[in-house]
Ligand binder design. Structure first.
Ligand SMILES: *Cc1c(COP(=O)(O)O)cnc(C)c1O
Length: 394
């Protein structure tokens, strides 16, 4: 019997749930794309993007997904033959490194595994031994495959301590609008993000952010792609230059509304606090289930856990049936596993707890997973939902 009659719930780590307010803001007639409202809308969006990223630097909006802005960021400050140091704590760290390598950039990769954050001291060691070849350090804030979150401020401090001049470039595609991030205070030179995770907009636009130091590097970097070049987009003579062509009109309306919700109404620090509380509720449930030994959080150390996504792994159980049970029988879509290290995809699933989500949705999802664990006789500790409820009530 299926009990999934009702509204389905998506708990994937991107795309995340789109609020009705955002959908409604997008539901309107096409605007004039050359002048008027859309120009002001774009200015408001850029201002609020700065507030989300905590920077006075320049955001650039591309019609793209996250993979596109990985490329955009690299294209603006690096050239074929340049060298970068990539830090990986999951599949997405490797993904950005692969994009760089394909663009002819020399990549030195430090693989820190998938169960904890990177070690800034190791990065410092490599930079100290470098004779000026390394032009940038590429880091992932939250790796969405492993749900490891990295301490970007500590990384900056380690780089500074070596006196090395490399740019610090950070992938915040999963974390922006969910987890504390301070672009200026943490000395991040280039940051990339997308609209479909913490920012709650359907996939379609993505962002680079860059500071003065990166702008100077960009001025002297030869650009092979006019589309990715952020210079004309940052300081355009005409509206069409901001987007190198037709703007993503309805995405802009959606984004304006979501940023209004996050920045103008809730306040970004409250957004972070909400994600922290909801993440703690997820961990309380999963850590309780884990006492029976079949499943557990991939990341053991609390400080290394993401506030936006939790990766759950099993050494003994195939979790694909649980994922399908939740989807087909109960109407809950969870994030699929992305295999890493010794773990195959079927030994992993992920709970996305980013963006537009309230207590009903979160407890509903956790209780549904528990029902699935029972239905499939996957051993799990008792009291997980009570533990999550307790976190949410305090
Ligand atoms: C989702 C994600 C990406 C890829 O974004 P796409 O929009 O799927 O191209 C890259 N990095 C991280 C950390 C992500 O979470």
């Amino acid at each position: 019997m299926s009990l999934s009659y009702g509204r389905d719930l998506f708990m994937t780590p991107g795309p995340s749930i789109v609020p009705d307010r955002v959908l409604n803001a997008m539901h309107r007639a096409a605007p004039n794309i050359y002048e008027g409202d859309l120009v002001e809308t774009t200015d408001r969006i850029l201002d609020n993007l700065r507030k989300v990223a905590r920077t006075t630097g320049d955001p650039t909006i591309y019609i793209s997904n996250g993979h596109g802005v990985w490329e955009a960021a690299l294209h603006n400050v690096l050239q074929p033959g340049d060298k970068v140091l990539c830090l990986a704590t999951g599949i997405f760290g490797h993904g950005w490194a692969n994009v760089a390598a394909t663009m002819g950039i020399e990549v030195e990769l430090i693989d820190f595994g998938t169960s904890g954050s990177f070690d800034p001291e190791k990065v410092a060691e490599v930079l100290r031994a470098d004779t000026g070849q390394i032009k940038a350090v590429l880091a992932t804030h939250t790796d969405t495959s492993s749900s490891v979150t990295n301490d970007i401020a500590a990384l900056r401090a380690a780089i500074d301590e070596t006196g090395h001049h490399a740019l610090l470039m950070v992938d915040c595609i999963a974390s922006l609008g969910c987890e504390p991030f301070e672009m200026d205070a943490w000395g991040v030179d280039v940051m990339v993000a997308g609209c479909q995770k913490g920012l709650m907009v359907p996939p379609g636009v993505a962002f680079t952010f860059h500071n003065k130091k990166a702008a100077e590097v960009s001025e002297s970097t030869q650009k092979l792609s006019p589309y990715w070049d952020w210079i004309p987009r940052t300081d355009p003579d005409h509206m069409y230059m901001r987007f190198n062509g037709t703007p993503p009109t309805h995405h802009l309306f959606g984004l304006e509304e979501s940023l209004k919700m996050l920045v103008d109404e809730e306040g970004i620090e409250n957004v972070w606090a909400r994600h922290a509380k909801q993440a703690q509720a997820v961990w309380a449930a999963v850590d309780t289930w884990a006492s029976a030994g079949a499943i557990r959080c991939n990341v053991h150390n609390i400080a290394d856990r993401s506030l936006a996504v939790t990766t759950i792994i099993s050494d003994t159980v195939n979790l694909t049936p649980l994922h399908s049970w939740c989807q087909k029988t109960a109407g809950l879509t969870l994030g699929v596993g992305i295999g890493f290290g010794d773990y195959e995809s079927h030994q992993i699933f992920r709970i996305g707890h980013m963006g537009h989500m309230n207590t009903v949705m979160l407890l509903g999802a956790l209780a549904t997973i528990e029902a699935g664990l029972s239905a499939l006789q996957i051993p799990h500790g008792e009291g997980a939902i009570a533990a999550a409820a307790k976190v949410l009530s305090s």
